[in-house]
Design a protein around this ligand. Sequence first.
Ligand code: IVH
Length: 676
Amino acid sequence: MSVPEEIKKRVQKLREVIRYHEYLYYVKNSPEITDEEFDALFDELVSLENQYPELITPDSPTQRVGGAPLEEFPPYRHTLPMLSLSKCNTVQEFLDFDSRVRRELGVDTVDYMCEAKLDGVAMELVYRDGHLVVGATRGDGVVGEDVTPNVKTIRSIPLVLLLDSPPPVVEVRGEVIMPISEFNRWNKEQEEKGEQTLANPRNAAAGSLRQLDPSITASRPLDAMFYALGIVEGMEFSTHREELEFIESCGLKVVPWRKYCKNEQEVIEFFHEVESLRDKIDVGLDGVVIKLNRLDYQRRLGELSRSPRWAIAWKFAPAEVTTQLLEIVNQVGRTGQITPVAILSPVSVAGVIVRRASLHNEFEIIERDIRIGDTVVVRRAGDVIPEVVRAVKELRTGNEKPYVKPETCPVCKSPLVREEGGRVVRCPNISCPAQVTESIIHFASKAGMDIEGLGDKLIAKLIEEKLIRDPADIYYLKLEQLLPLERMGEKLASNIISAIERSKKTSLPKLLYALGIRNVGEHIAELLSNHFGTIDNIKDATVEELTSIPEIGPTIAESVYNFFHNEKNLRLLHKLFAAGVEYEPVTREEKPQPLAGKTFVFTGALSSLTRSEAEAMVKRLGGKATSSVSKKTDFVVVGENPGSKYKKAITLGVKTITEKEFLQMIEKTPPRQNAK
Ligand code: IVH
């Protein structure tokens, strides 16, 4: 039976009207009709679609929450990488950035477009012919996760752009956030239900977006604000301001706290304005992003490996409050390090409830004379764990008790070892249950082997029951061993066994990270993998080879070397592989090596990059950067106020070049362009 023409028209009309009112309500915050009127339109559309299911399209307003839960999120490769930003913290640092920009462009003044820096989850949306086809997380900047069904549940994100004739491809970038008030309400409900609470609105937004069942995401109060474009086919912009106007005209919410600034003075004023707004608004902000307004200037300055040279994030000073320090507990970490942790009377810092804060080490507690019972100043800065800044000594009553340094491990009772003058206190017992537990938790974590369902509590239980003693034991667990555990059903147990089985197939960076090598986080694991390609190659690497990798210094190199020259660790690896753990071989990127075989020395101040950035670039392009000039040196790069190395170069007849010549010599990242 074919659908009557007037029904088709009515459905189309209803969708247009609903989209428009959704836009007014969720994006503009200025509804023109009542909720009841809106519901009536929506209900009519639902009933027509029920009657004529053939009319349902994926972008109908009724289809925001639909579809079955996913198995996993497919990877999504961004057409243009999603970069991060260099940071500054003070007026002077911002002014240095401004001077560098003007000097390099050879102009007296530049105008900027500034926006509040949102503390959320970075997101890219792709619209084809005006229809939302992809919503993906930033991931590592190159490949993110395709979370489209979840993104569609966010009501302020249009499924269809508001434009009459949209460009064939529009990529927009922004941030998914959870308003602070909603986050607090959600956390309170979780607490009442006895379920897990989350540390901050950003984690809550990230966790909500990563739900495999979109109906769960739909129940979370998420919002999204946008601030940049990726590819926009068939359009040309000349300023960032125009780009933002375009995003707004699409019907998307642009970061509302923004300002066009004619010069650096206006930027400074805007920064202070946003800083004072911070505690009054319902969205977590952690600074201001300052971008050169003119896109031709942006192209001229280009990008470093991970961040553009035409923008900077000026971060707010961390938020501080006072509360009472109730107790100090000693926590044993993965490497045996003891961290004193302050248990606080719960307090809200920049919208987030804080109950525990780091005291770093005993040396600091004693030096700063922090006592149990003190009123203390607590600080939170971005995603850093909250910390106790100082005690308010004027408020002491006389009942405060000084911290007593522990002599034995709070868990295994081994005598503690003090290193670096008391700054590092360690439990030396590598079989200490606390260390074993922490290292297995780390091993199974999302960024490591990613064993779903194998959380902190279960790991602790498995250790207690002596079912596992090291990370590899996980792979020898049997269903029958799990079943007798408390609160373990047949279904849960078999889910865990299959998650363990699935995790055997992994990638080299994840495996390396999971091993918990000291000083090797996700980023370093990635670098090692790209450079060496296999575990065996890393195992055979010398400290020199390791330090030849950009960003890897002697401390990291030594930890890696020591790890792979320890019998116990080699046995662990053997046991893992014997259990069937395997990783995809890394195809090493064949990067151009234009500086292969060349040795560089830098002297004097460079204007457009720091010394270590310049040295890292040399290494990345196959060259060597050393600190002293010899006959073997190929080039001495001379910055402002060069030192004795310059003279030595002249004496030895080594070629000297300016910073500009050096920059011309090295590969430049291609400028950002909007595709035609
Ligand atoms: S622009 C090339 N603008 O900050 C420019 N980023 O540290 C890339 N962020 O990954 C980003 N608010 O998640 C830009 N107004 C804003 C932002 C913003 C938050 C985040 C974004 C990015 C990170 C960079």
